[in-house]
Ligand binder design. Sequence first.
Ligand SMILES: NC(=O)c1ccc[n+]([C@@H]2O[C@H](COP(=O)([O-])OP(=O)(O)OC[C@H]3O[C@@H](n4cnc5c(N)ncnc54)[C@H](OP(=O)(O)O)[C@@H]3O)[C@@H](O)[C@H]2O)c1
Length: 249
Amino acid sequence: MNNSSEHPNLSGHRVLVPGGTGAVGEGIVRRYLAAGADVLVPTRSQERSDEFRALLGEIATEHLHLVVHDYTTFAGAQDLATQMVARLGGIDDVVAPIGGWWAGKRLWEIDEHDWQSAFVALATTHMAVARAAVPRLSAGGTYTVILGASATWPVPTSGLVSMEQAAVLMMHQVLVAELDGASRAFALVLGPVSTRAVTGESGWVTADQVGLIAAGLSADTAITGQAIRMTEPTEIAAALTLVTTAVPV
Ligand SMILES: NC(=O)c1ccc[n+]([C@@H]2O[C@H](COP(=O)([O-])OP(=O)(O)OC[C@H]3O[C@@H](n4cnc5c(N)ncnc54)[C@H](OP(=O)(O)O)[C@@H]3O)[C@@H](O)[C@H]2O)c1
């Protein structure tokens, strides 16, 4: 397994992380910044922007571009991608840890508000960001969605999460087929994650490891687009091994 203190060299990479202010997003943002990339993190509120900058502390250098922007609509995401190209000159990598957990109702108890917020809003945001960013991705660049294993497994009373994550997993598969190698699409399918919000247990993947894998995939252009599961220790070890050429041991 890699030494987690090592970083690939992503100096000059321009990376978009929508959802980067979140618990998993933080590990991703930290790893890309540590690897020398320029990282643009949009967030929907100034308060969250301020909190996130304070949380990152010293690593929030001039390479961190925190912008208050609503990227959850087709028009908003299109505007964000245009602004990123104008500001940084292009988009090399996108990592999308958008949205969190939802629970509490069986399918037949769900009302229209639940459906709109836990399914429609999140699926729309993923689609909006993908359609805005993919045509602007550099050759060999990466588009990585962050998902839970609930995308492939029903969790009673959290069905909306499974349905939305399954839709995004299929979006990833369609991207792999449609990109045909021009850029690389990945899905990181995670079990429970140790984050700033939940310490978790030994054997859980950490937000830091998720960032390490995403950054390693960006750095190693020989790795083709695919779904990578990290739901238990052997899968986490295999994912870390996959990126060893990009991340020195
Ligand atoms: N945490 C885990 O244990 C875990 C386990 C497996 C998989 N995952 C997956 O990892 C991804 C991120 O999870 P997380 O735990 O980091 O979630 P989180 O802490 O809630 O962060 C999600 C981020 O998504 C952004 N977002 C954009 N549109 C949103 C919307 N309509 N509703 C809510 N958030 C929205 C928010 O950013 P702004 O408000 O700043 O715009 C927020 O910071 C999800 O796909 C989740 O399924 C997480």
